[in-house]
Design a protein around this ligand. Structure first.
Ligand code: HEC
Length: 214
């Protein structure tokens, strides 16, 4: 293409005179639709700036996010309100819930608590505590288990992190799966190093500590 000669027609791009590093530039007239779009954005900016930032019309992103977060919190609070020991024991006897909980357990908890919940793999102790026996460090009520799964163990350096990110549904399912290895009303003991035993960590209001049977 040999278009190096300056064009004389007004609606055609003209080649500008200067040359930098052997590069020449066209002086291209912007199309009207483009220019008008640009003018409209400028006018719109002034209107928007006045209305939003100066006159306070419309809510800020901060307020909108705050509203959405409050809604999410309300839904979560409502979901939590409906969950008590009775409900979780019920879920632990519902096969579909236990299956779903098992899937979460196998994906998330198995590395530390083992597939059979014994916290042992081929005779080797895994980092977690056994969940299939009746000795509990943080209480054996389903809601106490749920608190540990949601919040993590009080001493995070022990290795039990918060799994709140799983969401209430998955957490209740996984607790139901663990409880499916237990019987409602079975005798429960507190581990020797249980913070509930020493009274150093207050139990959650909904779940009173279980007294050791000895
Ligand atoms: C990185 C390893 C690790 C993973 C993964 C893990 N845990 Fe734990 N878990 C622990 C440790 C360590 C403890 C003991 C914490 C302590 O000593 O306070 C524990 C404690 C617990 C307890 C309390 C046991 C008791 O005796 O009171 C429950 C319940 C529990 N885990 C459930 C789960 C569930 C359910 C999951 C999966 C969502 C999970 N854990 C994932 C390491 C883990």
């Amino acid at each position: 293409m040999n278009s190096a000669e300056p064009s004389s027609k007004s609606n055609e791009p003209t080649l500008r005179g200067h040359v930098y590093d052997g590069i020449q530039e066209y002086d291209q007239k912007l199309p009207n639709w483009w220019l008008f779009t640009w003018y409209i954005t400028m006018v719109w900016f002034v209107i928007g700036w006045l209305a939003y930032y100066q006159l306070g019309y419309g809510r800020t992103d901060h307020e909108l996010i705050g509203e959405q977060m409050a809604k999410i919190e309300a839904v979560r609070a409502k979901e939590l309100e409906a969950i008590d020991d009775k409900k979780l024991w019920e879920m632990s006897r519902t096969p579909e819930v236990v299956e779903a909980g098992k899937a979460t357990f196998m994906a998330t908890c198995v590395a530390c608590h083992a597939a059979d919940l014994s916290a042992h793999l081929a005779g080797v102790k895994l980092p977690g505590l056994p969940l299939n026996d009746t000795e509990w460090k943080h209480g054996g009520n389903p809601t106490q288990l749920m608190t540990i799964v949601r919040k993590g163990a009080p001493d995070i350096t022990k290795g039990m992190a918060s799994w709140e990110a799983l969401g209430i549904k998955k957490i209740t399912e996984v607790v139901a799966f663990v409880m499916s290895h237990h019987k409602e009303g079975e005798p429960v003991t507190l581990a020797a190093d249980s913070p509930l035993k020493q009274g150093t960590a207050p139990a959650t209001p909904s779940a009173a500590p279980v007294a050791p049977k000895s």
